[in-house]
Every structure is written in structure tokens, then in C-alpha cells.
Design a protein around this ligand. Sequence first.
Ligand code: ADP
Ligand code: MG
Length: 241
Amino acid sequence: MEAVMKENAQSSAGVISLSKVSREYRGQAGVVRALDDATFSIAAGEWVAITGPSGSGKSTLVNLLGCLDRPTSGTLLIDGEDVQTMAPSALDRFRADKIGFVFQQFHLIPYLSALENVMLAQYFHSITNRDEALDSLAKVGLADRAEHLPSELSGGEQQRVCIARALINEPPILLADEPTGNLDAANQEIVAQLLRDLHRAGHTIVMVTHDPAMAGLAQRKIALSHGKVFCSPSTPLITLR
Ligand code: ADP
Ligand code: MG
């Protein structure tokens, strides 16, 4: 009984909490267990890097954490909620509220300005607010680029628009998949500095990266190998703010 209560207390402490989570893909060639029995949690305000070679299960894990996919077995709690049991429409709403996504490939709408790209995220979430969208761009240092199209912005500037877009609805979790994968060294440093600022401001950041320098910025690394998870250090650093 005491052990159960302790386990519950631990899992509810994390903004992300996995217990024996597996994801299997079933195809004609057989079953691939892309994530194998993962148990760990990520505390609110933590900055975690997910590393591992190609095919080790990073995208599978990120898709699960982003509620774009569901576990085959096990329990995944995001902000205390069991996403496994949610209806698809409720899951869409939940994802919009809880998670901001930053992708390697930016995924900005090419015919919309930086400002409109940020406002589109507001539109899908609730209602648009031009001043708030401008403020979000100002926070990433792009106040003077609001009316520019993505094609008129450098890679680093585009990624900063993506960060503004990811944060506009104030989600507790920022999920970044190779956020600096397409950037040169100077722009990588600008985005790294922005992530440092966000971490300092209390955001939870989960970032997939191949780059040891980027991974080194995180407080904790979660290494994947053949779908198995290796956390270091094994217990989350809980920072009180
Ligand atoms: P990573 O992002 O680390 O490169 P993935 O999570 O994409 O790894 O893949 C992990 C394993 O799962 C790989 O062996 C991959 O081939 C397999 N896999 C990924 N997606 C699918 C799928 N939709 N169907 C079947 N196998 C898949
Ligand atoms: Mg991948």
C-alpha cells in the first residue's frame, strides 16, 4: 500500500510521466517494438534532451509525448491526465492546450507573414489577438520582422517564429525535434540562447537532438537504444521556482 502511494505521488509530480510504456508497430514483416517498457518522469520546469542513434525510437517517443500517437501498452500521464483514455476530439483540445511544437523543418505557412503564422496558432486554439502575437514575436527578438514572409527570413529567424508560434498559447510543455538541425552555428547559438531563456523562465523543455553541444545544455539526458530508455541522472532534478 505504502509503495503504491509512493509510486502515485512520484508519477503525479511529473508534468510528463511514463509507466511501462511500449509502442509496437505491426506490419507484414512482423512486430517492431520501437519503444520498450519506458518508465520515467519529467518534472515541471525541467530541460531534458532525448538522444540516440537513428532508429532508436526518438520519434516514436516524441510522438507519444506530443499526443500525436498512443502507447500500445503502459500508462502515459501528461500534466496528470491519462491520455490513453481520451476521445480523439478531447485529445486534440488537450494537445493544443498543453504542448507547443518546434520542428526541424519549421513548417511555417509560406504565404503567411511571421505575424500571421503566429496568429494562425491562436486561431486554432481559441481566438486571434494581434497584440499578443506581436508580443510573442518581440520576445524572440523579431518585432521588426512581423510582416515578413518566411522566405524573407533566415533559417534562424524562421525557427524563432516557430518558437513564438509554439509559445503563443502558453502551453506548459515545449517539445522540440532537432530544433537546430537545419541551422548554421550562429543561428544555432541564437536558438540555444532562446531555449536557455525559456528554461530560466520556467518552461518545461523536451528536445530531441543529435548534437552533443545542444544536448549538453539540458539538465538531463534521456538516451534511447533499440527502444530502451536510459536516463541520466536517473532521478529527475526537481527545481522549485
Ligand atoms: P528514431 O526517431 O530514433 O530514428 P523511430 O522512432 O522513427 O526512431 O523508429 C524506431 C523503430 O521503429 C525503427 O526500427 C523504425 O524502423 C520503426 N518504425 C517507426 N515507425 C514505424 C511504422 N510506422 N511502422 C513500422 N515500423 C516503424
Ligand atoms: Mg526520428
